[in-house]
Design a protein around this ligand. Sequence first.
Ligand SMILES: Nc1ncnc2c1ncn2[C@@H]1O[C@H](COP(=O)(O)OP(=O)(O)OP(=O)(O)O)[C@@H](O)[C@H]1O
Ligand SMILES: [Mg+2]
Length: 166
Amino acid sequence: MLVVRSEGPGDTQALGGVLADLLRPGDLVLLVGDVGAGKTTLVRAVAAALGVTGPVTSPTFTLANRYDARVPLLHIDAYRLGSPDDEELGLLLDDADRHVTFIEWPQALGDHASAPRIAVAIEHQGGDRRLITLSSPAADVDLEQLGDDLRARHVDAQPGPGAGAG
Ligand SMILES: Nc1ncnc2c1ncn2[C@@H]1O[C@H](COP(=O)(O)OP(=O)(O)OP(=O)(O)O)[C@@H](O)[C@H]1O
Ligand SMILES: [Mg+2]
């Protein structure tokens, strides 16, 4: 577990930049956090780091957006999704092994969103401050290295409880 203290959008963007280095096709990243927490801001920064040059917009109304990049991205926002076995979602996720897939509001999806490579939770801390917690069940996701990379960029990142277990 890694706990990142983001003092503003720039810190969250820095996290996206270093997170991009960890992501491979087939990876699923879940993003939990209230409205305006910064989930899309983080995805946008990952997309930029992976070479997406056009605008990255919130898929709140479109359900999903795709972006071609070094690693193609699938960005899903399940906020408005009716039910977990929504047909469109099933079709989207059939294709997920070619992409890095980000899902905002995964709580609605049940089993569809049960095995992320990385889970991200963003909490408001007042003003522009956010507490961002990353965890991963995957042994090869090096959150310690991620923390080192962030501190090198002057972003506060500390191992959380249960650090050794990812
Ligand atoms: N530390 C921070 N990290 C990220 N965003 C921040 C931070 N401080 C302020 N912001 C601002 O908060 C807003 C976050 O919006 P964003 O669309 O990324 O949120 P979201 O979590 O995707 O919301 P939604 O659930 O509505 O999709 C942006 O306007 C961003 O500039
Ligand atoms: Mg969003």
